[in-house]
Design a binder for this molecule. Structure first.
Ligand code: FUB
Length: 318
């Protein structure tokens, strides 16, 4: 009897894994056309690229952010994609009120740390939490049981309650991890080795016309800090020889994305090519600033290591 019960549990859980995974071939931008996806963050791990995105669920004709969960997609070639089971919801953070805004996942010592924006339940304003998993597709669980960053930690810099959003995380060559985030004002702080506590003060990062969505990457000894500027947003960027700056502004990297006020980029190298991953509001007829869609285009560098302006395409890289 026990044998049959175990077989039944195995079959049911196997069916669930199959049902929850959606496999498809991307053919053009936007990449994911069957649901709205926003605020992409990318992770390259073991020859696969993972895209983590917020799920825009605002029903038409309403115009407001409605995001309750994050999604994860993976690919071995950027063309054939698998959507995995929903790995994390805002409600997984018991201290939060909801609102699954922008996020980023990073790997350290075979654990995956997911830094997310959510609305705090008791401290007014947006906050940053961190979840952890043993696999890049989860399941993820709240790693602290409390927020890592709350709005009251940054009131000396801005009077707004939505400045603690859009975390991006970077592990430097010496193993020291840093969290960057912000809206209106960009901040950064060291993370402890456990990745779930700050290891020092919150420090301001001075960037011209900073709106939100910082993203750090490194190439040829240069640190690149790309971020959304103005509103509607363009993506601009600064470069530095040190993660601590000073950051030198280099110009616009990406124009306003079609039919969306926000643009929210991730930049990764995958199998020898550089990619610029962002969102627009291009899905007809209801796509827009609150029903956004992830796109992927190629990123190229100049001989002096500055980045060429991105050419957004509807064909994409496929
Ligand atoms: O998706 C909600 C917010 O919109 C994000 O946190 C920002 O980066 C902007 O894309």
């Amino acid at each position: 009897m026990l044998k049959y019960l175990l077989l039944f549990i195995f079959v049911v859980s196997d069916i669930q894994a199959t049902v929850q995974d959606t496999i498809f071939r991307a053919e053009s931008n936007p990449v994911f056309k069957y649901k709205y996806t926003a605020d992409p963050a990318a992770l390259v791990y073991n020859d696969r690229v993972y895209i983590y995105a917020g799920h825009d669920e605002c029903p038409p004709p309403h115009q407001h952010y409605q995001l309750n969960e994050w999604l994860v997609f993976s690919s071995g070639d950027m063309v054939s994609w698998t959507e995995h089971a929903v790995p994390l919801r805002a409600s997984d953070f018991k201290w939060a009120k909801g609102e699954a805004w922008a996020s980023q996942v990073i790997e350290k010592n075979s654990k995956f740390y997911w830094y997310v924006t959510v609305e705090h339940g008791t401290t007014q304003g947006k906050s940053i939490g961190v979840a952890v998993a043993d696999s890049p597709i989860g399941p993820f669980r709240d790693a602290r049981g409390s927020a890592l960053i709350t709005n009251d930690m940054t009131t000396e810099y801005t009077g707004i309650s939505w400045d603690d959003i859009d975390p991006t995380v970077w592990i430097d060559d010496d193993g020291q991890a840093y969290l960057f985030w912000g809206n209106t004002q960009c901040y950064y702080a060291r993370l402890k080795d456990n990745m779930i506590e700050l290891d020092g003060p919150v420090m301001p990062v001075h960037l011209p016309n900073f709106t939100e969505a910082p993203w750090i990457h490194k190439r040829n000894g240069w640190y690149y800090l790309s971020y959304a500027q103005y509103f509607p947003e363009k993506i601009g960027y600064s470069m530095s020889r040190s993660i601590h700056g000073p950051w030198e502004y280099k110009g616009i990297l990406n124009e306003i994305a079609g039919n969306s006020n926000t643009n929210h980029q991730a930049i990764v190298e995958f199998k020898g090519q550089w990619y610029f991953i962002y969102h627009n509001g291009a899905i007809p007829t209801e796509g827009g600033s609150f029903r956004r869609s992830v796109c992927i285009d190629r990123l190229y560098y100049n001989d002096d290591d500055t980045m060429k302006r991105v050419q957004m395409t509807s064909e994409g890289i496929f």
